[in-house]
Ligand binder design. Structure first.
Ligand code: NAD
Ligand code: TYD
Length: 334
């Protein structure tokens, strides 16, 4: 089995590549990634020279390149995206380009290459925002995106479904809640909080800190995708969640406790514009049909994550200093 993974130098994509190559000794992966600020080849250093892994630096919006790469594989697993809500609020141009046009290029390539199997990674944010008493999002929840990021992901989901209904493209979609774990870029809440505290800085909480997210350890997201790409029903969507609804304040206090810090290390700052109040996922379809459920509890996952950031200071300090951006030049050019 040959997979084309897009965005494999990012957080979840790199965890997925590690997961698949370890679990399936006869699988091969080509990783297509343009290396935006979020793409980091230091996530994949252990795979250098591995004959089952190859890296292509390129943009998913490059229709010709994408078509060539898709012709050589059996399946596309599509992670590449602009993924940070705060950045989309400042400037959403690349969000539309990558998340919508890039997904279109991949769908076209899959269609032109005998309808290749296509799995699209999406987010729970396409469903909008819940009140504290609303039932959790499920596959039946109507779309109601509210940030430029979630709107662009919603657009990509609609295109993927349209290619199934119009052309019979064998697609599946997964909408997952917030992930955390190793290789998470330190601009998102959990890795930013951990690395700030290690550096003697503070955790910054937006608004009243009472916004709720449902957290999933990244390896559990990988196992869910594994189940869907192998056993999912073609044309179907699966919601993936962690059964771990927490306010941001609860997350912050847990990280403080695990790092032995006090509440003076929290700073409340201005709220995010249009900040979604609560996300929660009902993953009973995935559990009932494919037998998947999360295996790592929140405290266990946070402990592993904190340990990983302590053991891999060089990894995140290279991000803070910008040095990680030289990796491609030093290892792939010349
Ligand atoms: P990330 O930002 O860490 O990584 C994105 C990767 O895509 C980077 O390596 C980047 O270089 C690459 N990329 C961006 N634009 C590209 C382009 N035009 N061409 C080729 N490569 C490009 O993102 P992530 O957190 O790993 O998220 C991966 C996917 O999972 C995204 O589709 C995201 O919407 C989805 N998702 C993320 C979460 C989460 O909590 N992080 C939750 C649910 C769904
Ligand atoms: P984030 O990790 O950016 O993920 P998303 O916006 O995709 O859910 O944010 C998670 C939650 O944490 C969200 O409610 C915004 C909040 N947040 C803070 O309070 N402070 C921060 O410094 C960051 C980055 C996020």
């Amino acid at each position: 089995m040959k997979l084309l993974v897009t965005g494999g130098a990012g957080f979840i994509g790199s965890n997925f590549i590690h997961y698949i190559l370890k679990k399936y000794p006869d699988y091969e992966i080509a990783n297509l990634d343009v290396l935006t600020y979020a793409g980091n080849l230091e996530n994949l250093t252990d795979l250098e020279g591995n004959p089952r892994y190859s890296f292509v630096k390129g943009n998913i919006t490059d229709y010709d390149l994408v078509e060539k790469l898709v012709s050589k594989v059996d399946m596309i697993v599509h992670f590449a995206a602009e993924s940070h809500v705060d950045r989309s609020i400042l400037d959403s141009r690349d969000f539309v380009g990558t998340n919508i046009v890039g997904t279109h290029a991949l769908l076209e390539a899959a269609k032109k290459n005998d309808n290749k199997r296509f799995h699209h990674i999406s987010t729970d944010e396409v469903f909008g925002s819940l009140s504290l008493t609303d039932p959790a999002f499920s596959e039946k929840t109507p779309y109601d995106p509210r940030s430029p990021y979630s709107a662009s992901k919603a657009g990509s989901d609609h295109l993927v479904r349209a290619y199934f209904h119009t052309y019979g493209l064998p697609v599946t979609i997964s909408n997952c809640s917030n992930n955390y774990g190793p290789y998470h870029f330190p601009e998102k809440l959990i890795p930013l909080s951990i690395t700030n505290l290690i550096q003697g800085k503070k955790i910054t909480l937006y608004g009243d800190g009472m916004h709720v997210r449902d957290w999933l350890y990244v390896e559990d997201h990988c196992s869910a995708i594994d189940a869907i790409i192998h056993n999912g029903v073609i044309g179907d969507t699966y919601c993936i969640g962690g059964n771990t609804e927490k306010t941001n304040k609860e997350v912050a206090y847990k990280i403080l406790e695990l790092l032995g810090k006090g509440e003076e290390s929290i700073e409340f700052i201005d709220d995010r514009r249009g900040h979604d109040r609560r996300y929660a996922i009902d993953f009973s379809k995935l559990k009932g049909e494919l037998g998947w459920e999360p295996s790592v509890g929140f405290e266990e996952g946070l402990l592993k994550t904190i340990q990983w950031y302590k053991d891999n200071e060089k990894w995140w300090k290279n991000i803070v200093s910008g040095e990680y951006r030289d990796y491609y030049k030093n290892h792939y050019e010349n």
